[in-house]
Design a protein around this ligand. Structure first.
Ligand code: CTP
Length: 212
């Protein structure tokens, strides 16, 4: 199969030296790319800025902002059989980027933020993607209710939820513990393991579910 994977954080620039980012390390997305390649699939990895080396055989598209990630996904998703959205996309960007470095004024500064497009949420209606769609849900509370709602709202076949409020499995950790939600089936939890092991199991599940 040809698998598109988004990974890492996005950066939303404020001025030439500052940005709004998030705590995503990209480890889960890169582990999924590695596991996909090891299982014999082709991978397009659309990645925000991370300190990781991408798997050699992946086609890598480096982006910085949510809007750039949106365009990169739009332009390649329909070449793929499966799309996995592991990136932590910034929900907001700064309304007006300052071309020069903002100087201290001695006063309170207010930044106006505008919403970024929902890339996963655009896959079906916006991009017309008809393949197997996999989303992630980073939750800090009511994991099950929020994940089931997200699965339906974003048109996913599979949603992978994790509780990012738990330090040992949250952002930038080596391990993960996920619960998967499939349409019309009861949720299934995987044990806490390295992101590499979790990725292998997820790719195996996606292979089985996508080819039904
Ligand atoms: N996602 C996306 N584009 C966005 C926001 C999120 O593609 N602008 C994707 C993520 O990659 C993930 C899924 O949507 O696969 C859910 O992300 P999450 O941050 O949990 O959900 P949000 O849609 O941002 O909803 P909320 O923050 O309200 O929980």
């Amino acid at each position: 199969m040809r698998i598109l994977i988004t990974a890492g954080p996005t950066r939303e620039p404020i001025d030439p030296v500052r940005f709004i980012g998030n705590r995503s390390s990209g480890k889960m997305g890169y582990a999924l790319a590695e596991a996909s390649i090891e299982a014999g699939h082709e991978v397009i990895l659309i990645s925000g800025p991370v300190a990781l080396t991408p798997p050699e055989k992946a086609e890598i598209i480096q982006v910085e902002t949510a809007l750039q990630m949106f365009e990169a996904v739009r332009d390649s998703i329909n070449e793929c059989d499966v799309a996995i959205f592991a990136a932590a996309v910034g929900d907001y960007r700064v309304e007006s980027f300052s071309d020069s470095k903002m100087k201290k004024t001695g006063r309170t500064v207010t930044l106006t933020l505008v919403e970024n497009p929902d890339i996963l949420g655009s896959a079906r209606g916006g991009f017309g993607f008809a393949g197997y769609l996999v989303g992630f849900a980073a939750e800090t509370e009511n994991v099950e209710t929020n994940a089931s709602e997200k699965l339906a709202r974003k048109g996913c076949d599979l949603l992978i939820a994790n509780d990012v409020s738990r330090k040992e499995i949250g952002f930038d950790s080596e391990q993960n513990e996920v619960t998967v939600f499939l349409k019309d089936r009861s949720p299934h939890s995987f044990p806490q393991e390295s992101k590499k092991e979790v990725a292998k199991k997820l790719i195996d599940l996606i292979e089985r579910s996508a080819s039904v």
